[in-house]
Ligand binder design. Structure first.
Ligand SMILES: [Zn+2]
Length: 455
């Protein structure tokens, strides 16, 4: 038997079955066909010696959908080099509303990875003529419900909310859209309403009780960015584990958040938050690389061009650690990279740094959890959230989406500087997506790890 691709000698880790053994993987077409103890032969043979073969990483929380109906190929290449084989965009309430048009645009791009989307409530609000502060009336809610159904029919895999970005979102609006998600068996991902410790548990109660009353599965977005301090992670854990609803959260491995200066986050009430303008680093535009002053902040807020900023030390790193220790947490980047007209790429390094920083720093160096549990948070849990029964697993019959990494060497290399935010991590030499092998970086010390047998 000659496989299309085989990976020989890797340590195969499957978080669903608990398999953790040195095995050889045979791939035919876009599927995993065999896991064998005997060495396999293939038209392309990958030397997996010293590497972990993990299910392909799935970014359950991405934002790379700002462009009209496409996802820049340069940025999709960054995602591939990060070890992602699938990403989920449309989070935090922000998405396209014409989902079919979005998928047609994505298909034309012939991306190296899979791209899935949620339908966002902020986008639905804008589609029916609401601004971020208005409360939807019953007729407007009905129109949003119709558009949400249409989006699900066209392939959106859940609904997202940006409650902090659209403070006018009412309980009735949330409940109506949660109900649609529940009817389709899909999930609601929520960027919660508040951003300061005193109100955090009100925000958690709001979304957990919606999941309980509607039956929709819930994903709390980017814990602990909205839930930190005051023992709030422990309180959230207690509330979630007490609930019978299906609840997960996503966590990025940084205590720095990023958003655009035009967002409602910076509207009146900003003083309530636990940071000042001096914590804000400007990531895009002519002032990129500078920290904000009050006068620069005021100037940029009035500008027509939106400016991406990062808020440093926005939450205690201990709360990020605590969030990863939750049994229901997944890894999500919350990343978005922008390309400026001069071709520079700018943004938060989390877009390309997240899996490597999580595995290298939180799992390996801090020893926060066994490697298998880390892999589960990057693969199986996001796959289950999306109802991908053949992804997030390394088993015969599953999709041939495999990330091969060196556990000793995997390390984030991205940083906040211009272009450095897209620097791919160390330690990921190969990624296989849908049965297609991508050579990311030669294995250290030997670059003949790949053999085209010419058969
Ligand atoms: Zn968000």
């Amino acid at each position: 038997m000659v496989y299309d691709i085989c990976v020989n000698g890797a340590r195969v880790m499957d978080p669903e079955t608990g398999l953790d053994e040195n095995l050889n993987i045979g791939i035919i077409g876009d599927k995993i066909a065999a896991l064998e103890t005997k060495r396999l032969s293939g038209h392309i043979e990958v030397d997996g010696d010293g590497l972990i073969a993990s299910p392909g990483f799935i970014d359950i929380h991405a934002h790379e959908d700002a462009s009209p109906y496409y996802f820049p190929s340069r940025i999709s290449q960054c995602a591939l080099k990060t070890g992602y084989t699938s990403i989920v965009v449309g989070n935090c309430g922000m998405s396209h509303t014409d989902i079919r048009g979005f998928f047609d645009g994505i298909a034309r791009q012939r991306l190296p990875i899979g791209c899935h989307t949620l339908i966002g409530n902020v986008a639905l609000r804008h589609a029916v003529g609401l601004d971020n502060y208005s409360k939807a009336d019953p007729a407007e809610i009905n129109r949003m419900v119709s558009l949400c159904r249409k989006a699900f029919e066209e392939g959106a895999i859940g609904v997202s909310f940006g409650l902090q970005y659209a403070p006018g979102t009412s309980y009735e609006e949330e409940k109506a859209l949660f109900d649609v998600a529940a009817g389709y068996g899909l999930f609601a991902a929520v960027h919660m309403r508040y951003d300061y410790p005193e109100k955090a548990m009100d925000a958690v109660e709001e979304v957990v009780s919606l999941a309980e009353s509607t039956g929709a599965r819930l994903q709390i977005s980017h814990l602990p960015a909205n839930v930190y301090g005051k023992g709030n992670i422990d309180k959230t854990k207690e509330r979630v584990l007490r609930s019978r609803a299906d609840i997960h959260c996503d966590v990025y491995p940084y205590n720095v958040w990023a958003t655009t200066l035009q967002s409602a986050v910076f509207d009146e009430g900003f003083d309530n938050f636990n940071f000042s303008v001096n914590n804000l680093e400007i990531l895009t535009g002519p002032y990129a690389g500078q920290y904000c002053t009050q006068s620069l902040f005021d100037e940029l807020r009035l500008s027509h061009d939106d400016t991406m900023t990062a808020c440093h030390n926005a939450m205690p790193i201990e709360d990020v650690v605590a969030a990863y220790s939750l049994p229901f947490s997944m890894v999500g980047s919350d990343g978005q990279l922008g390309t400026s007209p001069d071709g520079q790429v700018k943004g938060h390094p989390r877009s390309v740094g997240t899996p490597a920083k999580f595995l290298g720093e939180f799992v390996r160096e801090k020893g926060l959890m066994p490697l298998m549990e880390g892999i589960r948070k990057l693969t199986l849990l996001p796959s289950n959230q999306c109802d991908f029964s053949r992804k997030g697993r390394i088993q015969p019959g599953c999709d041939a989406d495999i990330t091969l990494f060196n556990y000793e060497e995997i390390r984030e290399q991205a940083s906040f500087e211009i272009n450095a935010c897209v620097e791919p991590p160390d330690g990921i030499p190969y990624v296989i997506v849908g049965g297609e092998l991508h050579l990311i970086r030669p294995k250290r010390g030997k670059d003949e790890g790949l053999r085209d047998s010419g058969k």
